[in-house]
Design a protein around this ligand. Structure first.
Ligand SMILES: [Fe+2]
Length: 184
């Protein structure tokens, strides 16, 4: 018998209570707006909130950025689509919504789950604002992370992938040690 049995005494829990709370709050908002007309299916938003958030965490770890803050941005960057159902200009439309959402989160849940600093809020709001512009490549690592993770999530869900989404998906996969051909 192998002596490499899993160690059943090991239990590791990631410290991401802020992220978990925010994911839940975003999903509650989505559920409350289940019946509005949408440019994209409700089911896509439901999947994308969580899977984009998880990809953001992984990619942030690979790039040496803050994993939990990236995960929060991944969960919340499409807040305008969740609330209005409209895709057009959802980054700029969503940025002030995200700022308000995170400030309200701090007031209601900051003590229980951990506050998000103003600097972190600013980062998430800016990434939300800019993630729509995926053909633009900037020096801002956090903005680029959200664009890349957003693109990779679309690709992994089998959504239509334009050149610039493909380029970003390829880069994100490379940074986590994979290649497109590993997964298609
Ligand atoms: Fe997105």
């Amino acid at each position: 018998m192998s002596d490499k049995q899993p160690n059943s005494n090991v239990s590791v829990i990631l410290q991401n209570s802020r992220l978990e709370k925010i994911q839940s709050l975003v999903l509650e908002e989505l559920e409350a707006k289940r019946d509005i007309s949408r440019d994209q299916p409700f089911s896509w938003s439901l999947k994308h909130v969580i899977s984009c958030s998880q990809i953001c965490k992984l990619l942030a770890a690979a790039r040496g950025l803050d994993s939990e803050i990236a995960g929060i941005a991944g969960a919340i960057h499409d807040l305008a689509i969740i609330r209005t159902g409209r895709f057009e200009k959802h980054g700029p439309v969503g940025a002030p919504m995200v700022a308000e959402f995170l400030q309200n989160y701090n007031i209601e849940f900051g003590n229980e789950c951990g506050n998000i600093s103003q600097e972190q809020i600013d980062k998430i709001v800016q990434a939300t604002q800019n993630h729509t512009y995926k053909t633009e490549f900037t020096e801002n690592e956090f903005d680029e992370l959200i664009k890349d993770a957003d693109s990779l999530d679309r690709f992994l869900h089998g959504k239509e992938t334009y050149d610039f989404y493909y380029t970003r998906s390829e880069k994100a996969l490379t940074d986590i040690g994979l290649r497109i051909k590993d997964i298609i």
